[in-house]
Design a protein around this ligand. Structure first.
Ligand code: G3P
Length: 495
């Protein structure tokens, strides 16, 4: 019996691979960053071949670090940055264009046109999504419309589209398997979350030929196996989930009403809402959490575009710190922000505002403002944005949220976690294993191949590291009001 699960966690800024054992413990981890391409203001691209080569590289490295052989791996689980769009030539295996990343705003004017035509309500009813350049549909259309010969090749059945999960699986299987799972499909804006099928009316609207689409599968089943050319073994690929859904699963938010927030480049809060796709009245999106053992679970999601990336901006844009980890020490030099608010609307504002034109704004600067105040305001902006999403979730669900499970790099920052609990007036819980995204994908794969037999085998593996109780910060109401005014200013400051 093989003893490990290998999880691919293909994120926005790095590819990671983690080997987990049966106790859900990390045995080895490898990570590689890859280049971010910004060909024009508001455009964000990745080279799909870089994504592939870094992902294979870290997988090999993790296996070596673990001191095991590929034959010791029972299954591979894949989790990925969502919405990011790749189209490739099925004959040559070459991408038609760089991957268009979820953050890319090139189709925002077209999205406004769709909204002006009064189509948003129908789209939301079918897909659960708010019309926005964030999702894949308009990115697919852009590639088909702008790459010479793309539409002709598509008509000849030569083109494949995929989110990153599809692209990796197609490569791992040497072009034999073209699939995605329901969670990734639910982020494309052409997938009907009620019928669980690609939606012909939306395919017509966005002029996307059905022939390019992957087959949509559940989140936990054997989709195919690696050919042996890449990892030197035939390993079943048995789990797929978008990274935020994988994190919800890894956080064991398996009951309706349970909520997690992941602090990465952006912040993504998801609430399990059970087996019915309730539509949001407060500008959240409805998405598929997973399909497991034939049963679909749905989630409400609030996506914040700039979370941890605001700290990177302090480092790379302003040069205030030399490494992201230094931000807490810099911020701790002052007791508060001195009335400064920083709204990091660098790429517009996501949930619950969905304002494509808002721009980053700093308010309340005085002659006494220094780098520490800015660092503190940056950290607090992550917590305030999270608060806005949580309030929208409470309004949608009709009752207060009792606890928020957190994960992602910034959760190591105790100051942020305490302030988060204070502004939410809710308990914030950090688990012992913070690699819950990769763990979620590992669980989905392991359940499919009998590495774990049931939820009972894994639910006890989630354990608390620390709980942050609300109530430590002073003048919290007043500070929330200050934040709201700053957001108004960011919305007025259109780019
Ligand atoms: O929707 C975008 C999200 O999936 C990206 O996550 O962790 O790669 O920034 P991350």
């Amino acid at each position: 019996m093989s003893k490990y699960i290998l999880s691919f966690d293909q994120g926005t800024t790095s590819s990671r691979a983690i080997v987990f054992n049966n106790a859900g413990t990390i045995v080895a981890i490898a990570q590689r960053e890859f280049e971010q391409l910004y060909p024009q203001p508001g455009w964000v691209e990745h080279n799909a071949m870089d994504i592939w080569s870094t992902q294979v590289g870290v997988a090999t490295e993790a296996i070596i670090k673990a001191g095991i052989t590929p034959q010791d791996i029972a299954a591979i689980g894949i989790t990925n940055q969502r919405e990011t769009t790749v189209l490739w030539d099925k004959i040559t295996g070459e991408p038609l264009h760089n991957a268009i990343v979820w953050q890319d705003r090139r189709t925002s004017a077209y999205c406004d046109e769709i909204k002006d035509r009064g189509l948003a309500k129908n789209i939301q009813e079918k897909t659960g999504l708010i019309v926005d350049a964030y999702f894949s549909a308009t990115k697919i259309k852009w590639v088909l419309d702008n790459v010479a010969g793309a539409r002709e090749k598509a008509a000849a059945g030569q083109i494949a589209f995929g989110t990153i999960d599809s692209w990796l699986i197609w490569k791992l299987t040497d072009g034999r398997v073209h699939v995605t799972d329901v969670t990734n499909a639910s982020r494309t804006m052409i997938f009907n979350i009620h019928t669980l099928e690609w939606d012909q009316e939306l395919l017509d609207l966005f002029d996307i030929p059905r022939s390019i689409l992957p087959e949509v599968k559940s989140s936990s089943e054997v989709y195919g196996e690696t050919t042996g050319n890449v990892l030197a073994a035939k390993i079943p690929i048995a789990g797929i989930a978008g990274d935020q859904q994988a994190a919800l699963f890894g956080q064991m938010c398996t009951e309706s009403g349970m909520v997690k927030n992941t602090y990465g480049t952006g912040c993504f809060m998801l609430m399990n809402i059970g087996d019915k796709p309730i539509l949001s009245k407060n500008n959240l999106v409805t998405t598929i959490a997973w399909k497991l053992n034939g049963k679909v679970q749905y989630a409400l999601e609030g996506s914040i575009f700039i979370g941890g990336a605001v700290v990177q901006w302090l480092r790379d844009g302003l040069g205030l710190i030399s490494s992201s980890a230094d931000v807490e020490a810099l911020a701790m030099k002052v007791a508060d922000t001195g009335g400064v608010y920083l709204v990091p609307a660098f790429a517009g504002l996501g949930a619950p505002h969905w304002d494509q034109d808002a721009r980053g704004t700093i308010t309340g600067i005085t002659r006494g403002t220094n780098a520490s105040h800015l660092a503190r305001a940056a950290i607090e902006s992550i917590a305030f944005q999270t608060m806005e999403v949580l309030k929208a979730m409470e309004a949608d669900s009709g009752h207060p949220i009792k606890e928020l499970r957190v994960d992602g790099g910034a959760t190591a920052n105790d100051m942020l976690m305490q302030f988060q609990a204070d502004v939410l007036d809710t308990k914030v819980i950090r688990p012992q294993i913070t690699e819950v995204t990769a763990l979620g994908a590992a669980y989905l794969a392991g359940l499919a191949v009998g590495f774990w037999n049931s939820m009972d085998d894994i639910s006890g593996q989630w354990k608390i590291d620390r709980s942050f109780e609300a109530g430590a910060a002073e003048n919290i109401e007043q500070r929330i009001e200050g934040w709201k005014l700053a957001v108004k200013a960011a919305k007025a400051c259109t780019g």
